[in-house]
Ligand binder design. Structure first.
Ligand SMILES: Cc1cc2nc3c(=O)[nH]c(=O)nc-3n(C[C@H](O)[C@H](O)[C@H](O)COP(=O)(O)OP(=O)(O)OC[C@H]3O[C@@H](n4cnc5c(N)ncnc54)[C@H](O)[C@@H]3O)c2cc1C
Length: 408
């Protein structure tokens, strides 16, 4: 008989795990707390490990990427304290040259990949009890409150940073979630900042506060406001727009003004505190956590989506390799993945300085380092930077002037 797995969460980690489980011969059932599938979302850069996982999961052909076309003039700009703009290195110029997507692009590709898998919306687990040969879960309908008990061979908690599965099985959030004294607000701009090219990216990184505009090929840019603060609780009180206007007041720049005005008109936005999740073990008996639930690295790492895809794909592979020994499979999965996760959790602190410097000194150092890297990159022969086949960027722009479906 096919083994059944309950996957909690219809995000990148949950859908990746569900596809991996199906590839391993399991029958996954996904439950999602929300009443329907979410779409859209913020800018996400997908690194090579994530793109490879997309191939492994068989969804690469469905994945829509949106890297701006450099050859057509799209550029990245930094704006200094005097309001001068300079061409700079942007997020997409990092080593590994990420593919530009919206979170919804990745989820849409995974959604195609889970065709045929049962998905129950408005459903959440409220109790998880492990027996000798199965795990019993009480599932609740969030609309009606109706409850039902069901047995599974495995429970996969892919329910994000504030995971219920982690809380129920492993213990309270405080044991695993560390606070980074920083806030983010991400949303889609209705239109590009005036006087910039449609697909341009813009960075204004000041001490303790930063504004990022991520240009995309075939979509209006997305914006990210991020700032450092010790008083996280206070940030959630009152009007968000007013709070952000106050935080970014004094940065009197047309880019900042445009982004703040756009926030006021945006139909939705993500406003949250920044955390990292660190767990000594990602599984206990027949329950395993993946993605942000297990190892949330946070947005500064830029590796959350990549690691969620990779974690889900790897879970399927190890279950396939150990069909009759669940504990061996989960142990092997964790041992294989842990070094990759630990490395990116560590470097996230450094990357945070690139996103939002902690002081005037860090701001100045960041500016020098980025300018140096930009100069070095500019000196490389044109074929290395812009030549066909040299990068994910060139791979995308070579296929279409504006957008592409990823196929490798
Ligand atoms: C602004 C921003 C920028 C980012 N940029 C990047 C980037 O450039 N590159 C990158 O790789 N990553 C990036 N990330 C991180 C990346 O988006 C996440 O790491 C990734 O989406 C996590 O996926 P997940 O499936 O683990 O969790 P989530 O996306 O949180 O999904 C969890 C799902 O579980 C559901 N759920 C929650 N609780 C329950 C419950 N009790 N019962 C049932 N369902 C439940 C939720 O509704 C949701 O659908 C960024 C994140 C942010 C916020």
């Amino acid at each position: 008989m096919q083994k059944r797995a309950l996957v909690v969460g219809l995000g990148i980690a949950g859908m990746s795990a569900a596809i991996g489980l199906r590839q391993a011969g399991w029958t996954p059932v996904i439950v999602e707390r929300a009443p329907e599938r979410r779409t859209g979302g913020y800018f996400v850069g997908l690194f090579p490990a994530g793109r490879q996982a997309a191939v492994d999961l068989g969804i690469a052909d469905h994945l829509h990427t949106r890297n701006p076309d450099r050859a057509a003039g799209a550029d990245s700009w930094s704006v200094d304290r005097r309001g001068r703009r300079r061409s700079t290195l942007g997020f997409l110029d990092q080593p590994g040259e990420p593919a530009a997507t919206l979170r919804g692009d990745i989820e849409a590709a995974l959604w195609e990949g889970i065709t045929g898998i049962e998905v129950r919306f408005a459903t959440t687990p409220i109790a998880i009890t492990e027996g000798p040969a199965e795990v019993q879960v009480v599932l609740q309908n969030t609309g009606t409150g109706a409850q039902a008990r069901e047995s599974f061979d495995l429970v996969v908690g892919a329910d994000g940073m504030r995971s219920s599965v982690r809380r129920i099985v492993f213990g309270p959030h405080e044991e695993y979630v560390t606070r980074w004294n920083a806030m983010i607000c991400a949303f889609q701009l209705k239109e590009q900042v005036p006087a910039y090219g449609a697909s341009d990216s813009i960075v204004i990184a000041r001490a303790k506060r930063a504004v990022w505009v991520f240009g995309l090929a075939d979509h209006a840019p997305t914006a990210l406001l991020t700032y450092r603060t010790r008083d996280i609780q206070e940030q959630f009180s009152g009007s968000r727009v007013e709070r952000l206007r106050a935080i970014f007041s004094g940065m009197d720049d047309p880019v900042v003004r445009h982004v703040l005005d756009s926030l006021q008109e945006a139909p939705d936005h993500l406003f949250d505190s920044v955390h990292q999740v660190r767990m000594p073990r990602w599984s206990a008996g027949r329950v395993v956590v993946v993605g942000d639930a297990a190892w949330c690295m946070n947005l500064y790492s830029g590796m959350g989506a990549t690691s969620s895809l990779r974690g889900g794909a790897a879970l399927g592979t190890t279950l396939q390799d150990h069909p009759d020994d669940l504990q061996a499979a989960l142990g092997t999965w964790e041992a294989g993945l842990r070094p990759f996760i630990t490395q990116h959790q560590r470097t996230a602190r450094l990357k945070q300085q690139m996103f939002v410097p902690s002081s005037r000194r860090a701001e100045a150092l960041r500016a020098v380092l980025v300018a140096l890297a930009h100069r070095i990159r500019g000196r490389r022969p044109a074929t290395e930077v812009d030549g066909p086949g040299s990068s994910a960027l060139s791979g995308t722009s070579a296929q279409s002037p504006s957008s592409a479906r990823m196929n490798a």
